[in-house]
Design a protein around this ligand. Sequence first.
Ligand SMILES: Cc1cc2nc3c(=O)[nH]c(=O)nc-3n(C[C@H](O)[C@H](O)[C@H](O)COP(=O)(O)O)c2cc1C
Length: 338
Amino acid sequence: MSAISPDTQKQPALTAPFEIGGVEISNRVLLAPLAGIGNWFVRLQARRYGAGLAVSEMVSSFGLHYGNEKTMNELMRIHPDEHPVSMQLFGQDPEAMESAARIAAASGADLIDINMGCPVPKVRKTGAGAELLADPELALDLALAARAGSGLPVTVKIRSGLMPGDRSGFDLSVRLVEEAGVAAIGFHPRVAKQGHKGQPDYAMARELTEAIDVPMIISGGLSTAETARIAYEESGADAVMIARGALGYPWVFAELTGQRVDPPDPAEVMDELLWVIDCAEDHMGTDRAGRYLRKFYPWYLDRVDVPKLVRSELCQTAGLDRSREIVREIRDGEPVAV
Ligand SMILES: Cc1cc2nc3c(=O)[nH]c(=O)nc-3n(C[C@H](O)[C@H](O)[C@H](O)COP(=O)(O)O)c2cc1C
C-alpha cells in the first residue's frame, strides 16, 4: 500500500491487524491457496496456529455454477471457527464467475479470491489461471462479475508475468485495483513459465506495493519464518502468504505471530498428524481419506527422525487404523513393526 513509504515509515509488525475491503484481519500472516490441499481442516489448522486468514484451494467457478455435488459439498465446506475465510475461484467465464461468487458468499465466504496465477497447462488451456494475463479485459470483467455476484470484497492472486521479462501481471494488478475495485492483490513475483522455482522478484513486488492503494500480499519463496520475514521486508508488503512452508508445519504461523520460538518435538508433530487424520476421515470418509492422506504423511514425517522403512509403511498404507497405529508408535517412541 502506498501509504507505507519504505523510506519514511516503519513497516507494521506482522502481528498488526489490517483490513481487506473492510474485513478485519487480525494479523499479516496468511495461508496461501493450495490446490487439492487447502480444504476446511487445513485452513482451520492454519488459523489454530495463528494465521490471520486462510485462503481456500482453487475451486472451479463452473463446478459451482452447475451445482457439481463434490464442489458444492466438499470444496465449499467451511468450518464455523475458520472465519474470516477467503474462497478462491478460477474460471474464464464472467457469468459463471458471478454465480459461483454468489454461491461462495451464500456458503459463508468472507472474501472471494480469483486465481490469475495458475501455470498448469490444463487450467491455462481453458483461458483461466495465469492465461488471464494475456486477456486483461476479460480479467477485469471477471473481477467485476465476482464483486457483483458476491457483494463481498474481491481479491486476486496473480503472477508477475507469463514469460521471463514480461510484467503483464504487474500492469494487470494495477488495473484490477483501479478499474475493477479489487480489494487486495496476492502477488507471486515469479512468471508462469517458472512454475514454483527460482528466486521471486521482491523488488518488483515492492514497486507494486507503492503503486496500489490496497494491500499487497507477497507470495513466493516463503518457506520458513525467516524467509517470510525477509520477503515481507524486501517487498514492503502489507502481509505474507505461506504456501509450501505450511505443509506439515503449521507451527510457522505460531513462529511468525510471535506465539512460539522453539520447533515442535516429535510427539507434538505426531499428535497434530492424528488430528489431521481425524479431520480427513470426517471430511471424506474412511476409504477416501486413507488414500488422500498419503500425500500428507511425508510433510509431517520430514519433521521427525524415522527409519525409511517406517516412512514407506505409513506412506503406502491406505487403512486409517493402521496409519493411526504407526503414528502413535512414532509419537510414543515405540518400535514400529513393519
Ligand atoms: C501444491 C501447490 C498447490 C497450489 N495451488 C494453488 C492454488 O490453488 N491457487 C493459487 O493461487 N496458487 C496455488 N499455488 C501457489 C501458492 O499459493 C504459492 O503462490 C506458491 O507456492 C509460491 O509460494 P512458496 O514458494 O512459498 O511455496 C499452489 C502451489 C503449490 C505448491
